[in-house]
Structures are given as C-alpha cells and as structure tokens.
Ligand binder design. Sequence first.
Ligand SMILES: [Zn+2]
Ligand SMILES: [Zn+2]
Length: 360
Amino acid sequence: MKIKELNAELLKIMPANITFEWDNVGLLIGDGKAEIGKVLLTLDVTSKAVDKAIKEKCNLILSHHPLIFGKIDRINNPLYLKLIRAGIDVICMHTNLDSIKSGVNRILAEKLGLSKLSFISSEGGNKVYWCKVFIPSDYFNDLKVAVTDAGGGLYERYDACYVSHEVQGSFNPNEDATPAIGYPGAIELVDEMELQFRVDKANLNRVISAIKAVHPYETPVYHFYEITDDNINYGSGMVGDLASEITLEDFARLVKDKLQAPFVKLWTAGKSSSMIKRVSVCGGSGSFLINKASAISDVIVTGDVTYHTMLDSSLPIIDAGHFYTENPVLEYLSEIIKQYDIQYFKLTPQEHEISNLKLI
Ligand SMILES: [Zn+2]
Ligand SMILES: [Zn+2]
C-alpha cells in the first residue's frame, strides 16, 4: 500500500471537510508515492518522535496534532528538513479524528468504562444541510439511488431518509437555452417530483455531483441551506454512563489509573462526596463544552482547564491533561492500520516530550 492510499483511506473514515476551518489535515509532508514501510504513531510530531522514526527506519509518521499550521514562506524549520532529508512522509488527522463517532472521544470514554455514548454537542467542523431537488417524475427513482449512494438522506442508523411529493414545474426557456424538455419561447408544464433530504457537509459535494449526473435539465433544479440539528454523525465530546455509581474522588483516581496519567486535577465544585454515574469526556481541550456537559452529566473529564474556567464551573471537572486524554487515540489509529498488515510503532509517553513534565 502506498502512503497516499492510506491517507485516502483515513480520509474516508474521517473526512477532511468536517475539520474546523483553522485546521490542517492529511498528507502534510511528502508526496505519498512510496510504499509504506514502517509507521510511527504519535500524538505530536516532535523532535523525539522524528528521532524515533529515523531510528526505527519508518518512512511514515501518522500523528493527531498537525505538524504544520498556517502559511509557510520558507522551509528552514529543522524538523521539516530532517523529515524531508530522511524521506519520512507525515500524515496528520486532527479535528476530523476528534469529530467522528469512533475517534478520540469514543476511545477515551471506553477506556473509562462508559457505555451508551452520544455526542455532547454538534459543535464541530461539520455542518448539516437540507437539500431540495425538483426533477421530472421519470427520473425520480434514479435520483434517489444516486443521492443515497453519495451519502444523502442519512440519519444515524437509517439511510435513504426522504420526503417527496408530486409537483408541477413550469418554465419558459429563453432563446439561447437548449432545454431537455420544451422549446424556447413556449411555457412548458412538467410533472415533477420534489425530493427533500438531509446531508452532512462531508457528503454535500458528492451529492451535488450525483444530482447533476442524473438530472436531465440543462439547469438542474436544486438548492440547499444550512440547518441545525443534533448533527448525529459528527460532533464534539461524548457523554455516557458508568456501569455503577462511584464517588467523585474515587472516579478521579480511576481516571488517573486508566489513563496512566502521573496526576490529575480534580475540581470538586464543592461536591467532593457526590456520586458519579453520567460522565462527559472531551480529549484535549474541552473547556468549551463545560456548560453543555453540566446540563447532562455529573462530571467532565478533559484537559487544559484554566483557573478561571474551574472557578466558574458548577460541574466537577477532572483535568487529566491534554496528552493523557488524547493519547489513547493511537490505539484506534493502530486498529485501522493493522487491517492493512502495516508494521507500526507507537511513541510511548516515556518517549514523548510529555515525559519532561514533572510533578514536584
Ligand atoms: Zn484532538
Ligand atoms: Zn489535541
């Protein structure tokens, strides 16, 4: 398998167009033309990660956090140069991996023993659209098949979800038109069907191409607009239930233990002895979800929580650190690449720069 083929497979699972606009994902270094030799999995492309990749003779690094952000006007960053000179390509899967159901937060939630998982919020890079198509009745079934194949009409575990009804379309082709039905200068009445359905941004371009491919009109009649819904296919954070109730402090110890974090910070919100059953998680920096999480859970597990955010929170918070709440995602990435019989190494926490962080 070539590196660019693995990149394409990963982007099918975690589409690039559900990333946040400021993000940068995909094949960030290299042309991906080489066959994959060995792969290094890491949360970050740091200097220790690059040295390990060179030592293990890897020709690909697959990381969560992007190596490159923003505009580059010269390539003199020593890390980029080292990678390029060593012939190591770099693939990064970031907020797309955060936002899919099977990604960062699912792994984190399962590690903590949570079940019955759902997203905390539809906040994410994904947008959802409502689409309407008007098409002559004879083409209606073909349209539905094409839209379904392109990923339109998805509602969680249901596909081919449509609303449709018969309508009468009318139009007057201008002199320079070449209409599929009718003649320039004569008003035409056509028995049409209107098809309405929901579509994720990740599938929108494919759906539009499918509509254009099936639609007989010179100017296919369709439009779409952004809607808000629970955005069930992609989202931020996850909430789920513990198998049984546990005290807040015991749960904080469990989090430290399961994530193998050297320490966690527990913000009790004055509820030290309260029992915990429903837990929100957000790998990395989840402060933006605390308000939503407080309405639906007993505690949130995340990282990067600042002093004032803690003081303001009536929801208990377990801050286990950005690294320790996200590093479990390497297990998911290794599950994916194992399917292709690719040899890989995971950068351990001891080999990662995080080992320089000491609790004194
Ligand atoms: Zn993340
Ligand atoms: Zn992160």
